[in-house]
Design a binder for this molecule. Sequence first.
Ligand SMILES: [Zn+2]
Length: 58
Amino acid sequence: MTDTKKVCDLCGLTVELDDFSLNTTEGEKEFCCEGCQGIYQMLHENLILDNPPDKTDN
Ligand SMILES: [Zn+2]
């Protein structure tokens, strides 16, 4: 059997959608939901390669 189901890189749940992924220095990370993607992004900010130009009001 070739079951290649991905699991969330944050919580370990099965990833049902391909919508939530991040390119990092350690490769592509997949997440089960936007929440996990966001949390990973916050925790590993320095590893994220695809930083969308996001202007914050500071
Ligand atoms: Zn998750």
